[in-house]
Structure formats: structure tokens, C-alpha cells
Design a protein. Structure first.
Length: 75
């Protein structure tokens, strides 16, 4: 887990009363479920986010989405 994101994971874990590893794992599961959604529109969106064809890690997805938000805010 990248240091930059570990503070957020740590805070969530403390709030939920579970380990940081569990929080990270649950976030990764949610990303994987979204990535594997059979809906064609959802698949197209994921392909636009992760064109290399691999399920992104939580850190990678945050980076991708941050760039997308920045791009949208410049419009």
C-alpha cells in the first residue's frame, strides 16, 4: 500500500474497527466487481479508465479518477 493513501486507509480502518488490510482488501474487491460488471456501458467506462486490460489497484484508480476530475473541471 502506498504511503500517500495509507493515512486514509488507516482512518477508515479505525472508524470501522478493523485492520487496514481488511479495508484495502474490501476496496480492491469493490473495484474488481465493478471492473467485471457485464453491462456493456460499464465495461466501456472501465476500458476508458484502465485501457491496459487489468484491474487497477486502489491507488491506481484514485490516480486515474483524480486526473479525470481535473480534466472535467477544466472544461
Amino acid at each position: 500500500m502506498k504511503r500517500k493513501y495509507s493515512k486514509v486507509i488507516k482512518r477508515i480502518a479505525a472508524q470501522e474497527g478493523v485492520s487496514e488490510e481488511i479495508i484495502y482488501s474490501e476496496i480492491q474487491k469493490a473495484i474488481t466487481e465493478g471492473y467485471n460488471n457485464p453491462d456493456p456501458a460499464v465495461q466501456a467506462y472501465w476500458r476508458s479508465l484502465a485501457p491496459n486490460g487489468t484491474v487497477p489497484s486502489p491507488e491506481k484508480l484514485i490516480k486515474i479518477l483524480s486526473k479525470e476530475v481535473s480534466r472535467d473541471n477544466k472544461k
